[in-house]
Structures are given as C-alpha cells and as structure tokens.
Design a protein around this ligand. Structure first.
Ligand SMILES: Cc1ncc(COP(=O)(O)O)c(C=O)c1O
Length: 374
C-alpha cells in the first residue's frame, strides 16, 4: 500500500469480500479444511475453461509443484524469459535444475520463440513462458517448438488472468498453467495461486503434494510421498470467491484504463508501450499498463519522469530487472539479454489499479506530459 494520491496498483476489496470472509471466520473453518477451497477451484477452472484447477499457497509454489510433477531436477535445464519477476526462475533453482535465460521480443516484451529454439540443448526439459503484465505470449509458436523438442510447457500466467490467445484463456495451452492471487494481481486472496491442467493425473498429484504428500480423505497421518504445506486456506478461498464474482468488472476497468492511456498518449514522440500480438491473436488483460520513455521524450530518462510523477503523487515502478542482471543470479552464467535490458532501462509501470477513475488516468497522462515539448 502507498499513501500516494494515485497508487500503482492496490487490491479492490468491496462489501462482498468482507461478507464472505466474515461468514467464513464465523464458521470456524479458517484453515484448509472446509468446502470453499474446492468451490474456488471449481469456479476458477470453469471461468478459464480448464477441467482441473488446484489452489496453492501462492503462484511461486504452483511453479515449484509443476517442476516437481515433471520430475525436473539436477542436470536439467529450464528456459525462462529474461524479463519477468524473479519468481518465474527461483523454483527452477529450488528443484536443483539450471535456469537458462533467453531474451524477449521488443514489441510484446514476451519470450522470443526464436530465442527459445536457439537455447534448446540435450538437457532442456521445460520452458516457462510468461504472459508479462497480462499480455499473451505467442503460444502456438512456443507449443510447436516444445512439441518438436519434447519439452514441458509451464505457462506463467501469474499476471494474466483474463488474457486470451486465439480466444482461449492463457494458462490453458501448456501442460500446466499457473496464476497468482497476490495483493496486486487481477484478483487477490491476500496471497494465493492456482495450478491448472487438462491432465487429471497431474492434478491429482499436485493436490497430494500441496497436502504434505497425502491424499484428502486418506488414512490419518499416512503420507505416501514427501509433499509440501502449499494448500490455500478457507479464508483465502472466501476472498477469492467474492473476487471471482467481480472479476469481469475488475477486468473491464483494467481494459478501460489501458485504452484511455493509449488514446491520450498516442502520437507522443518518444513514448511507446507494450503491444499485443497482431491481428487480435493475443488479447491482454492489461493488468499493468507500462510505457517506454526514450531520449526523444524531451531528452528525459525514465528516472526523471518517475521522479516528476512521484512529486505529483503518482506512483510508478521500473519494469522488472531482467534475470540476466539480477545479483541473485550472478553466479549462474546467464546470457546477456539486450532487449530485456533496454526495456528495463526505458520502461515504467503506470498506475493501473482497477478502481482508478477516468479522471485519475487523465491526471497521470497530464503529469506525464507536463513540461514536455509536444
Ligand atoms: C510473472 C510472475 N510469476 C510468478 C509470480 C509469483 O506469484 P506469487 O507472488 O503468488 O508467488 C509473480 C507475482 O508475484 C509474477 O508476477
């Protein structure tokens, strides 16, 4: 949370959420025993149109589970895009595998399929495309490459609930898709995640692993496998169910804000933004509208613009620091990724909370352009 006049993003919690959470508190079923987790999984699966959805404690845990389910471990390589939140890559290290970082496309900012193909070796087992800031990656090209080389695809749709590729929800193309319900995401459960798949066996094993390696309803304290405590709680599911009821409304607001940014900022020299795949193939959820500021923007750099906005009470953030530049990954010999690194230098996330009004977005644009010679 921030005290800024216009925050970058913040949860959109209403009366319905309060009512559902309160009712759950009063029921006494506050932890993972209770019916709401299953109900949330069903509601979510139906909405994204996938047969199996397994709730998890967060999105990072869902990626970790996916890697475990595919038996990925030491000696294996997993391809990830350079421009993403660090949580895409960390679970690769948790399982002892090697992250291989590839560059992104300068237009969509998503993993470049040509770079993926170039990075495949005899040790590559999986690729984790990310639908960055809600913008769909090129799934048909990625799935083709993955099938050709026998790679698992784990779609990181943490930021992309509501985004579609070829009319289908992202997260449902790969072997497994994951979503995040962190406080800043399209919907929130406080913290939480979802693993989705078309494969019933993968879903059953995922569920087992979230519950300390024991199937629900199985003999007390008998654990056939070593699992994790990765289960979502009933309280979180209550919040998630309320948010699901408001999901279309929240998405409409995100798209409306992004459309207004594009309209007002169109034709401003030196200012660009993330683009969807052409011909309506990818439809972004516009979770986070982000602009690129280059030297033509009155010769100002990203930081100067960010400072000016901050002084006007507007919160912004630079694009993610690419994995290739992350101190935590300094010892991993990751390749340089010039496109991701340049996007990071120029890119700024602009306020995108679903409760922003048209007036708020116009104010951000006005402050962004103030003092510029147009
Ligand atoms: C691209 C991406 N992947 C993974 C995650 C991890 O999700 P969580 O914070 O729920 O663990 C996030 C967000 O936090 C994310 O933005």
């Amino acid at each position: 949370m921030t005290t800024m006049r216009i925050p970058l993003d913040a949860p959109n919690i209403g009366e319905l959420e309060k009512e559902y959470v309160l009712r759950t508190l009063e029921s006494g079923y506050v932890s993972s025993v209770g019916l709401l987790v299953t109900e949330f999984e069903k509601r979510f699966g139906t909405w994204v149109d996938v047969p199996h959805a397994v709730a998890t404690v967060n999105g990072t845990a869902a990626i970790h589970l996916a890697l475990r389910l595919f038996g990925i471990g030491p000696g294996d390589e997993v391809i990830v895009p350079a421009l993403t939140f660090i949580a895409t890559a960390n679970p690769v290290v948790y399982v002892g595998a090697t992250p291989v970082v590839v560059d992104v496309d300068p237009v969509t900012w998503n993993i470049d399929p040509d770079e993926v193909e170039r990075a495949v070796t005899g040790r590559t087992r999986a690729v984790i495309p990310v639908h960055l800031y809600g913008n769909p990656a090129d799934m048909s090209r990625l799935m083709n490459i993955a099938r050709r080389y026998g790679l698992y695809v784990i779609e990181d749709a943490a930021e992309a609930l509501g985004a579609t590729y070829d009319g289908r929800h992202v997260g449902t193309f790969g072997d497994i898709g994951i979503f995040s319900f962190n406080g800043n995401k399209v919907i929130t459960t406080g913290g939480g995640g979802m693993l989705v798949t078309n494969d019933p066996d993968l879903a059953a094993r995922a569920r087992l692993l979230t519950n300390q390696g024991r199937a629900f309803g199985a003999k007390d304290y008998e654990h056939p496998e070593i699992g994790y405590n990765y289960r979502l709680t009933n309280i979180q599911a209550a919040l998630g169910l309320a948010q699901m009821e408001r999901l279309e409304q929240l998405l409409d607001a995100k798209r409306r804000n992004a459309a207004l940014y594009r309209e007002v900022l169109r034709d401003v020299p030196g200012l660009e933004w993330q683009q969807e795949l052409p011909e309506g193939k990818g439809r972004s959820s516009w979770w986070m509208f982000s602009a690129l500021v280059d030297a033509d923007f009155s010769g100002r750099d990203r930081n100067t613009v960010a400072q000016r906005l901050r002084a006007a009470g507007i919160q912004t953030r630079p694009l993610f620091l690419p994995l290739s530049q992350q101190p935590a990954y300094a010892g991993y010999g990751l390749a340089e990724c010039p496109v991701a690194e340049s996007l990071h230098r120029q890119g700024l996330n602009l306020p995108s909370a679903s409760f922003l009004t048209e007036e708020d977005v116009r104010y951000v644009c006005q402050m962004l352009l103030e003092g510029e010679t147009l």
